[in-house]
Structure formats: structure tokens, C-alpha cells
Design a protein around this ligand. Structure first.
Ligand code: BG6
Length: 484
């Protein structure tokens, strides 16, 4: 497969929080990969900005170090690395004072796309936006990129939106949910809207239910403070899983353009029913062979924050009335596995008799690892013995079907950062979308607080609390396995 790289014009990208984990582990390696792919020209400037008092050379040393560990093998040659580093500069500045801002202003180029990446905690979003404006750094071609968490609840998300809106138009604000940049997530739209095969069946008449699983084997080490305030509901469900649900459930947009897509996603969120308390299971991992339990990790023996959540959601509209969506996500589970399973209904009548058993088609969209799509179909078991039916997968592993490039799919940040430069907001969340997601999430969390809900313990390395199985069992269903 030949990859098409569409070069972009020269741009300046300022990364606030450039010495932090996200910048070093994701943003800079993503830029480096795009540089190696030949997507951007020599004149580009990447300007790291943070409080730390490095000179540009010192900063380049840190970047080189992290690129060595986080960039892929094909861009590890010293020539590429040095050429990239020549594009990297650094300014030491303070978001809360005027210190360093004049130096930043001097570095910026007139008349080109200017991106400001806020890879910092949300409390600095407002001050940064203000200073960009008061130092006259915002031009017509300026875009700001805002990382999650975008608020802690509806009220704080509204306040953040208002702060940013005081300085920038919605068309300049890029709210990142990195799940939208994942290759298979984009493929979900290609599969749904690029094929005739699925869309006619994509509704409650044919789909029994949908399962969305984002399982992680990692814990929360290094982010204890943030996580204990957030929990799985805020950290994963309100954004990543909700976005996946939107893409699965939305109506076909008239075109693949930012507002058309985001309007349809917003309608899905607004059509979500409130979740009944008995349709939610919260869990917290216990200690085991692979490490200490949640409470020990966060250093709070009474923490009631959930590291796992499973719930049953309903999208109340014509397409989905009667088809539940089961969503689950958790830390320290048996494997890292993100998959969406569209579980079709049984055939209405079995001509093969009761002995043939029940068979239903399942469309599995694997986000990670082993990106691909599988459709389980029922066939006759080969050989003698009458009409015995068996379910077999029609498997399209992207790596096998599309060759070497898809074995190493681009990281979500590569796509998203380049979309910022290209000025394409399709894969970014609009302010009203984020607020609607919080409006759905807030009452769930408020309910837990009011009831003094305590999460169910689950064994580290398991599939989560037993109650999550019951959530399905009560409905006569069961989760598909969590397979790496
Ligand atoms: C982040 C969450 O947004 O997504 C983390 O804050 C989580 O808790 C991560 O681990 C998962 O991302 P990915 O791309 O590894 O599935």
C-alpha cells in the first residue's frame, strides 16, 4: 500500500507544557514522525514553552532523549533526528506573569498558521488564552489546542468554554479527544458510511445490543492525584467511550465536514436517557500479584473513586429505541483491549430446528491492539453429520490486508496535530458537545455521592467486578471476552 502524504505549508507550533509527559511522550514524537514522513517543510518552527529555565540547546537534548525512546525505528537515524531538532526552539515563560512572553513574540513568524498547544493543567487554560491575546500573538490563522480533562463537571466545562470564547472563536478552538484520532475509530465511519452492507441493518430492528469495551491492563501510577479526583467515569466514560458511542449511533452526516459530523454526534448525546442506578456497576481494583490495590496506590485507605465502570445506556430515538448500549472501561484488567461489538439479532426462524442452536452475527471493531474488523457469520460445519452450524469469523486484520504500513498505524496524535495545522476540526470536540456529555454524566456522579456509593472490589488482572456480569445476565446477555 502506498501512503499519501499531503504536505502542509510552513507553520509555527508553540507547545506550552513542553517539558511535561504528554508533550515528550506523544506530541513531539508525533511531530517527529510526520517530519520523517516528509509532511512538513524546513521552515517549520516548533517552540517549546514552559517555566523550566532551559536554553534551546538544553531543551533539544531532552527532546532527543524522548524521541529515542518514543519514536519508531524508521525515524531513528541520526540525520533525521538532527534535522528535526534544528526546527525545535525553546522559550522559558510563565503563564501567570508577563515573564518570557516578549521573547516568544520575537520568535513567531508573521503570516503563517500559528498553533498554541495547551499541554498543561486546565487551570492554566484561561491565563494562557489571556496572555496570547494581551501580547498580541493571536492572528487570524491562530488555533489553540486544548487537552482533556475539559472540565470536571458541567459547570466547570461551561466556565472553561466561556473563558476560551472570550479570546477565541469556536473555529479556533481544538478540544482534543485522542480516541477520535485513532485509525480504527476513523475507520468506523468509513465502514458505516462507505459500504452499503451495514447501514441498512444498523438499527434496533436488526441489532440486539452493542458492547463497547475499553479495557486497560495498566493502573494509574504517576497520576494518582488527578485520577482519585476523576475516576473512570470522568477520565474515560465521559469522553472516550461517549465519543465511540456517538460514532456508532449517529445518523449519517450529509458530508464529512466538521459541523455536519459534530451536529450528528451532539444529537446522540442529547438523546441519551438518564442512566438508572441499577444499570451501573462501579469497581475498584484490589492488590494482587501484579501490584498494590487502588487505595494503596492513591494513598487513601477510604477512597471511593472507581477504577472501573460498566453501564447500560439507551439512545432514545427512532433508530435505537429498544437496543441497549453496554459500555465498560477499567484499569488493571486482564488485558489491554478496546473493541466495539455490534451484536445482531438471531435469525427470526431457524429452518434447521432447535438442535442447530442459536446463532447471531457479531461485527467486532478492534481499536487496539491488532486493529481490524471481524464479522462472525454462521456456516455449516464441514463434513458428515448433517446440518451442524458453526460461527466462524470473516476476519479483516488491517495488518494482513493492507501490508506493512498498517502494522504500525499512525499514532492518534499524528493525525490530530496535523489536522490542527490543516484547520480541520472534524475530529475535535465542539464546546456544546462537551457540555452535553457532562450534562449526561453529572447526575450519575451526583447519584453516587448522594447514596454514598462504594465501588465493588475486583481482582487485579481480572475482567472486572462480578456485578458487571450480572448487569448483562439480568438482560439475558453476556459480555464478549476481553482478549488481547
Ligand atoms: C487517557 C486517560 O485519556 O486515555 C488515561 O486519561 C488512559 O487514563 C488513556 O490510560 C488511554 O489511552 P490509550 O490511547 O492508551 O487507549
Amino acid at each position: 500500500m502506498v501512503s499519501r502524504v499531503i504536505p502542509v505549508d510552513p507553520f509555527d507550533l508553540v507547545i506550552f507544557g513542553s517539558t511535561g509527559d504528554l508533550a515528550q511522550r506523544k506530541i513531539l514524537p508525533a511531530l517527529f514522525r510526520r517530519f520523517c514522513a516528509g509532511q512538513w517543510p524546513e521552515e517549520v518552527q516548533i517552540i517549546g514553552a514552559a517555566r523550566a529555565a532551559y536554553d534551546p540547546e538544553g531543551f533539544r537534548g531532552i527532546v532527543a532523549e524522548s524521541l529515542r525512546s518514543h519514536a519508531p525505528a524508521q525515524c531513528q537515524d541520526i540525520g533525521s533526528l538532527n534535522a528535526f531538532l534544528q526546527r525545535v526552539d525553546y522559550v522559558s515563560l510563565d503563564a501567570l506573569t508577563d515573564e518570557g512572553w516578549d521573547q516568544l513574540a520575537e520568535r513567531l513568524t508573521v503570516d503563517r498558521v500559528r498553533g498554541f498547544y495547551f499541554s498543561v493543567g486546565p487551570r492554566l487554560f484561561g491565563p494562557l488564552a489571556e496572555r496570547i491575546k494581551s501580547h498580541d500573538l493571536a492572528t487570524l490563522h491562530t488555533r489553540i489546542v486544548v487537552e482533556k480533562p475539559f472540565g470536571h463537571d458541567l459547570e466547570s466545562a461551561r466556565a472553561l468554554n466561556a473563558t476560551l470564547a472570550a479570546h477565541f472563536s469556536e473555529g479556533q478552538i481544538y478540544r482534543i479527544d485522542h480516541y477520535l484520532g485513532k485509525e480504527t475509530v476513523q475507520n468506523l465511519m468509513a465502514v458505516r458510511f462507505g459500504n452499503m452492507l451495514f447501514e441498512p441493518l444498523w438499527n434496533s430492528q436488526y441489532v440486539d445490543h452493542i458492547q463497547i469495551t475499553v479495557a486497560e491492563s495498566v493502573g494509574i501510577a504517576g497520576r494518582e492525584e488527578y485520577y482519585d479526583r476523576a475516576g473512570a467515569m470522568r477520565d474515560m466514560m465521559q469522553n472516550h467511550l461517549m465519543q465511540l458511542l456517538c460514532l456508532i449511533a449517529m445518523e449519517p452526516p450529509a458530508k464529512f465536514d466538521p459541523d455536519a459530523v459534530r451536529d450528528e454526534k451532539l444529537k446522540v448525546i442529547r438523546a441519551l436517557d438518564p442512566v438508572e442506578p441499577h444499570h451501573i456497576v462501579r469497581g475498584q481494583f484490589e492488590g494482587g500479584a501484579n501490584g498494590p490495590g487502588y487505595r494503596e496506590v492513591v494513598g487513601n485507605p477510604r477512597s471511593t473513586t472507581e477504577s472501573y465502570v460498566a453501564l447500560r445506556a439507551h439512545v432514545s430515538n427512532w433508530r435505537w429505541a429498544g437496543t441497549p448500549f453496554y459500555l465498560r472501561t477499567g484499569k488493571r484488567l486482564v488485558a489491554r483491549s478496546s473493541v466495539i461489538n455490534v451484536m445482531f439479532k438471531d435469525a427470526p426462524h431457524s429452518i434447521f430446528g432447535a438442535d442447530a442452536g442459536r446463532h447471531a452475527n457479531v461485527l467486532s471493531i478492534r481499536l487496539q491492539p491488532n486493529e481490524g474488523i471481524t464479522l462472525k457469520v454462521t456456516i455449516k460445519e464441514p463434513g458428515q453429520g448433517g446440518m451442524r452450524l458453526v460461527d466462524v469469523p470473516l476476519d479483516m486484520s488491517f495488518a494482513e490486508a493492507l501490508g506493512s504500513e498498517s502494522q504500525d498505524p499512525p499514532d492518534a496524535y499524528e493525525r490530530l496535530v496535523m489536522d490542527v495545522i490543516r484547520g480541520n476540526q472534524t475530529l475535535f470536540m465542539r464546546g456544546d458537545e462537551v457540555e452535553a456529555a457532562w450534562a449526561w454524566t453529572d447526575p450519575i456522579i451526583a447519584g453516587w455521592q448522594a447514596r454514598g456509593d462504594v465501588p465493588k472490589p475486583y481482582e487485579s488482572g481480572s475482567t472486572g467486578p462480578g456485578d458487571a456480569e450480572l448487569l448483562m445476565k439480568r438482560d439475558g446477555r453476556r459480555w464478549q471476552g476481553i482478549n488481547p
